[in-house]
Structure formats: C-alpha cells, structure tokens
Design a protein around this ligand. Structure first.
Ligand SMILES: [Zn+2]
Length: 476
C-alpha cells in the first residue's frame, strides 16, 4: 500500500512536511520522499516538535521536493541533513536562491537565540543549543538540485514529478507527482501555498505570475487552507495607502511598515516607487532596513522568468530598487541607528513582518510613542505576536522588556496577501478537468480547514477531509 503521512502543517499553518511512501512498507524500506520540510513556528506546543526525533529516519528518505522558500516549508532542511539525510532536494532555481538566504538567516537567528538563553540563563536546557547553525544551513545547500517549472524529473522508475506554477512567491511551484507502481498510473498534487488567483487588480504590485497553473487532472489533492475562513478585500488598496502617507507627511510624521523580507517588501517597494514617480505621494526618503530583504531584491532582479506582466513593465521602467534615488538600503546596524535619530517625514520598511524580532523592533520603540507617526501593517499578524497586539489597539506593547506606549496611528491594509482566499480557491478548483478521488486539506488552522471543507463539498461536491497530524492515508 502506498501512502501519504502528514508530518506537519496538519491542524496548523506551519511545519509543512508530507511523506509519500510508494513501497508501502511501514518499516520505511523502499522509496520515501518528503514534500516540503518546514519548521514549526508559533505556539510552543508546535515549536517543540522541531526538537523531536524525525518520525522517519532521515537517511531512509530518498528526496525532498520543495514547493517554495518560506521558512515554514523549508526551515527544517538543515536539521534533516544534520540528522543524516543525504538525498536530493529538488527546487526551482529561484527557490534555491531564496532558500539559501532564508536558511542561513534562520541558522543565524537560532544561534543568537541560544546565546541569549545562555547569557540570561532563561532556558531549562544547559547549555541551550541551536536547532541548527548558520554553518549547518550552508552545508545543506549542496544537496539542492534546480528543476525548472514544468520540467519532468524521474526520481525512480516508479515515480516522477514536475513543478507547476503556484503563483505564491517567487519560485513557488506545486508538486505534481506521477506514481506508476500500481496497475494504473496515479497523479498526486501537493499545492504548497497557493497564490492569488485573480489578476493584478486584487493583488496589486504582485511580482510573480498572477494565477496558479490551471486544468489539473489529479487523483489525490493535498491542498493548503490558510484562508479557508476569510475573505480578502477586493478593492484597490492604493487610494487608502496614498491618503495615509500624505496625511502622515503633512503632520511631519514617519511611516513605519513591518514587512516580511521575502516577497512582501519587494512588492511594497515597487508600489511606493510607482506612487512617487506618478506624483501620487510626496517624494520622501524610503529606507529599507532589512539585510535579508536586500539580498532578496537581488534575487528578484535576477529571476526575470518569474515576473508577471505588470512586474515586467514596472521593472523595465524603474530597474533595480537598489539603484533608486531616494531609496536607502541600510545594511549595517550603524546606518539603522542613524535612521532612528532622524525626525523628518520618511517611510521605513523593515522586518520581521509580525514584529516578533529583527530591526523593526528598534524602529517601533522610536516611533510608536509619537502620535504624528503612522504604522502600516501589510501582512498577516498571527495571534499573540507584537504585530497583532499593536494592531488590536493596545495602549502599550512590550519590546525588549520595556512597555512602549502606542500613540502612533495604526492602519492595516489586507490586500497584499500572497494566499488565495476561499472564492479564489474555488475558482481555481473549477478549472480541474475532473474531481480528485479525495482532497486532504493541510496548512490551515482547524476552523479554516473545516470551513473550506464545507465550502468545497457544497460548491463542488468533492470528497474533502482535513488532514490530521501524523495521519497516514492510502494512495489507491
Ligand atoms: Zn508560503
């Protein structure tokens, strides 16, 4: 019996890791591959799973197929390699470039965290160790092998796959797998994260192709459900953004934008550039204060094969953000501190996107207490994060052990999401040539998965189940 086992992102949105075993041997012999190899993040209960021994001995896994370079899909790779995985990691060229940046940064942060715990003696482990180091991350890169979009790869005589466009972030691809171990071939589709389905009007500034690959014909679908119970606004965010920026500049304030370093920052930079050049917002200095975002910009400029039509026009018109006049890319901490000391109107874009760490914290400490300033959230704020606390209207927020008063203006623009919402997912699923035998929903909080399951069952009449953590399901 061939089977899939959900080792992560089941009942939660992080830790994406799905095992496909086509030998059917529960002892683990035979061909086993992982689709994604992500880190659990967020609540402690989930994060602890990163530290548990891999349920499958890593040296018995033949290959990893990586759908995209977000940490919750690739962040466990260095740990897997450290524990003995020595197979091939298949990813698109852009994903490999982004994963190199994301994984090294992750290793670096793990080392910093461990050092902080040891210094403050605030961990029950003595000494506290990193899950993996920056060097471990670098060591894991040798196993990556580039695969172009739609190029077929034969992993074994009985298993092949190709990436098809997911339109989520640069390099993102769904893994379309063909198994020929049984009497008739079977097709499986692991979506990874699915980008916006409609055009650039509802996902303005999108860098990568708008819309996932259409016309699928699969037997088993393993699909994400992040926005299974929410709707994105369908209005253009630009009028609100323009007004907010103009008002802030008029009162002499600074605009601070917490943004994810990969994709979101690039998308936002191009939008701001276009608004400045078309005279819709004043020409104020723009600081991008995130070393990872700067590396990601270089990767964006390199991978022109991924651009949407709109991005092609913008990039042709404006070139690399790193060369724009009035845009400052602050790579060392001294430059970052100098921005803190300046008090003229400007736009500061920095990470992390949910204000859980990184240089954004210094900017928030500086700018939150003054009502002239404006904070604009352009990304999802997970419950419990500082971003969510500030966004909810809290009067103070704790940063580096101090209670910082929140007097700045707070705004949130929800249109920038890189995930399709339910109507968009249904629109995409309607392009399928046939109904899958069964769909398993992963990568969603339980409420989101269960609501999407109901929506799919009633709108399409498909058989849909919410995947459970560690559950094994047969591939018939
Ligand atoms: Zn993602």
């Amino acid at each position: 019996m061939a089977y899939i086992q959900f080792l992560g992102a089941a009942g939660t949105v992080t830790g994406s890791k799905h095992l496909l075993n086509i030998s059917g041997d529960p002892s683990g012999a035979g061909l086993q591959i992982l689709i994604d190899c992500g880190l659990f993040q967020g609540q402690k209960e989930w994060r602890q799973r990163n530290w548990e021994p891999s349920p499958i001995p890593p040296n018995q896994i033949e290959a990893v197929i990586l759908t995209h370079a977000h940490l919750d899909h690739c962040g466990y790779i260095p740990r897997l390699v450290k524990q003995g995985f020595n197979g091939t990691i298949y990813a698109t060229p852009a994903s490999i470039d982004l994963a190199a940046v994301v994984l090294q940064d992750s290793g670096h942060l793990q080392e910093e965290d461990a050092a902080y715990y040891n210094k403050t003696r605030s961990s029950k482990h003595d000494p506290a160790l990193p899950l993996y180091t920056e060097q471990d991350a670098i060591d894991s890169l040798r196993l990556f092998k580039p695969v172009n979009m739609e190029q077929v790869v034969q992993i074994s005589p009985k298993l092949s796959f190709r990436f098809v466009r997911a339109a989520h972030i640069m390099g993102s691809g769904m893994a379309e797998i063909t198994c020929t171990d049984g009497p008739s071939p079977r097709q499986l589709l692991f979506t990874g994260d699915i980008g916006r389905v409609r055009d650039s009007q509802v996902a303005p500034g999108k860098v990568v192709y708008a819309g996932p690959f259409e016309g699928e014909s699969v037997d088993i679908l393993v699909m994400e459900s992040t926005y299974g119970n929410r709707l994105h606004p369908t209005t253009d965010p630009r009028p609100e953004l323009i007004k907010t920026i103009k008002d802030t500049v008029a009162r002499g304030g600074t605009i601070v934008v917490p943004a994810f370093a990969v994709e979101r920052t690039q998308k936002f930079l191009f939008m701001i550039k276009d608004l400045i050049e078309t005279g819709q917002i004043p020409r104020v200095p723009v600081h991008c204060d995130s070393p990872m975002a700067i590396k990601a910009i270089e990767i964006y400029i390199k991978h022109s094969e991924e651009y949407s039509e709109e991005a092609k026009v913008l990039i042709q018109k404006y070139g690399s953000p790193l060369k724009w006049e009035g845009f400052f890319f602050d790579t060392n901490q001294q430059d970052s501190k100098e921005i803190n000391d300046s008090h003229y109107p400007q736009i500061i874009i920095s990470s992390s996107g949910m204000a859980t760490g990184g240089r954004i914290l210094h900017h928030l400490i500086q700018r939150l207490p003054d009502p002239k300033n404006q904070i604009i959230f352009i990304g999802f704020q997970a419950p419990g994060t500082r971003g969510a606390i500030i966004k909810s209207g809290a009067k103070t927020v704790k940063i580096f052990n101090q209670e910082v008063p929140v007097r700045a203006q707070i705004a949130a623009i929800e249109q920038f999401s890189d995930h399709a919402d339910t109507p968009e997912l249904l629109e995409w699923l309607r392009t399928f040539k046939k109904a899958p035998q069964v769909t398993y929903l992963v990568h969603g909080e339980p409420a989101a998965s269960s609501q999407l399951r109901l929506a799919m069952t009633s709108a399409l009449g498909w058989k849909v189940e919410a995947a459970q953590w560690m559950q094994k399901v047969e591939v018939k």
